[in-house]
Design a protein around this ligand. Structure first.
Ligand code: AMP
Ligand code: MG
Length: 404
């Protein structure tokens, strides 16, 4: 039996680092930037107006007030996007819109609300501070500076900034194409009718969703019988199109363990991991393609994904934080756990009601330890971690909680 940490390290090593690709900027959300992004332009690229109003010389409106308007001729109209910007002569105003370039000669903007909005001549009812309502070249990002650093997890703001400095593509770690294979002669795909002894397939759907959420492309073999020849025939021809194979079922200690039977001879290593649920695990390569074999019970699949696959994939995709956020919480119920194994219980965490320096809330289990209790998982928002040396965690005890 190997430890949770050993298996996680083995899967992480198996997956390695993904190659860097250049993807359209808008398609990089959630991915990690592989190279720094240098600003090809300043932001803003030119001095521009922060308001709809009038570009003026502050000196020309120095005497303006609510009861003493200053009237100026309007000698140009500058909407956003105008590129030929006439100079402002002293004693005149240019009508200007938000984002339009400041005309040479103007040193401030009076917002339209402080004027009568005139187009030939304008009456201005307020003085202007020099520099008022002007957005200066480069005050957000100077040209040539580093706009985004390698290692950044790209969200909407990062992608917007990348585009704002002129990047139509970004260097990111390429998410793998994953083939998800669900094994079991008992499996039927909804909505086909179930006969006695059969069940609807669910692992493939869960893995598809969990992998897609990390940015992976997912292909599926939704149901393959517990027959070595059938398993080989369904999967082997697809190996050269995918970067990773994830199977569920067929790896434990019974008979008809199709994944174990088919892949032991190609060199996949099957082990027991000191974890509950999800003890039977395997990893290795098949025709050079990484294969991770998960047990069949649905809760085991999801816990294995959290414990092994998710951190390994995040690491392969360049993330430095690969763990779920971990907090300390006080148990609302007594829990028991098998000695020598790390137990992950589905729980519901509620922040607040602390009672200790590190304790941030309370947590109670959802469902028992049974690895078939999928409905209870839907009530959970965390995993309660009971370490290998714990066999009983009494109500009121502080435990580690991984927020999902
Ligand atoms: P196994 O590891 O193949 O013995 O499967 C363990 C349990 O998980 C059995 O009760 C299977 O019926 C169930 N199981 C395996 N694969 C799936 C699947 N894809 N969807 C739902 N249940 C499954
Ligand atoms: Mg099976």
């Amino acid at each position: 039996m190997i430890s949770v940490d050993e298996h996680r390290a083995a899967v992480t090593e198996l997956l390695g680092m993904r190659p860097v690709v250049h993807r359209p900027t808008a398609e990089c959300a959630g991915l990690v930037l592989a190279h720094d992004v240098r600003a090809g332009v300043s932001l803003p690229p030119f001095d521009n107006s922060a308001m709809d109003g009038y570009a003026v010389r502050a000196a020309d409106v120095a005497d303006a007030g609510p009861d003493a308007p200053v009237e100026l001729p309007v000698s140009a109209d500058i909407p956003a996007g105008r590129t030929d910007i006439p100079d402002l002569r002293p004693g005149s105003a240019h009508r200007i819109m938000t984002g339009a370039p400041m005309p040479p000669g103007a040193d401030s903007v009076v917002m339209v609300e402080r004027t009568d909005g005139g187009t030939e001549r304008v009456r201005i009812f307020a003085r202007a501070e020099t520099g008022a309502h002007i957005r200066r070249t480069g005050e957000d990002v100077p040209e040539g500076s580093t706009a985004l650093r390698a290692g950044t997890v790209l969200g909407p703001a990062h992608l917007g900034l990348a585009s704002a400095v002129g990047q139509d593509r970004l260097a990111v770690y390429d998410p793998p194409t994953v083939l998800v294979v669900s094994t079991g002669t008992e499996l039927v795909l909804p909505p086909d009718e179930l006969r006695y002894g059969q069940i609807y397939e669910s692992n493939g759907v869960m893995l598809h969703a969990a992998l897609t959420a990390l940015g992976c492309r997912v292909e599926t073999v939704r149901s393959v019988a517990d027959d070595v020849a059938a398993f080989r025939a369904a999967v082997e021809p697809r190996l050269d199109e995918v970067d990773l194979v994830v199977t569920s079922g067929g790896v434990s200690a019974g008979a008809y363990e199709v994944v174990k039977d088919a892949l032991t001879e190609v060199g996949v290593r099957f082990t027991r991991v000191a974890v509950q649920p999800g003890g039977p695990q395997g990893r290795g390569r098949w025709n050079g393609v990484p294969v991770v074999t998960l047990p069949g019970n649905p809760v085991s699949v999801l816990v294995s994904f959290e414990a092994f696959l998710r951190p390994a994939l995040l690491s392969a995709l360049g993330h430095t934080h690969v763990d779920r956020h971990r907090v300390r919480a006080r148990l609302t119920e007594t829990l028991s756990s098998p000695g020598g194994k790390r137990q992950f219980r589905r729980g519901h965490y509620t922040p607040g009601e602390p009672g200790g320096a590190q304790v941030t809330g309370v947590v109670g289990p959802r469902g028992g330890p049974g690895s078939h209790l999928l409905a209870a998982f839907t009530q959970a928002n965390c995993l309660i971690v009971l370490p290998e040396d714990v066999t009983r965690a009494p109500e009121g005890e502080e435990v580690d909680v991984l927020l999902l």
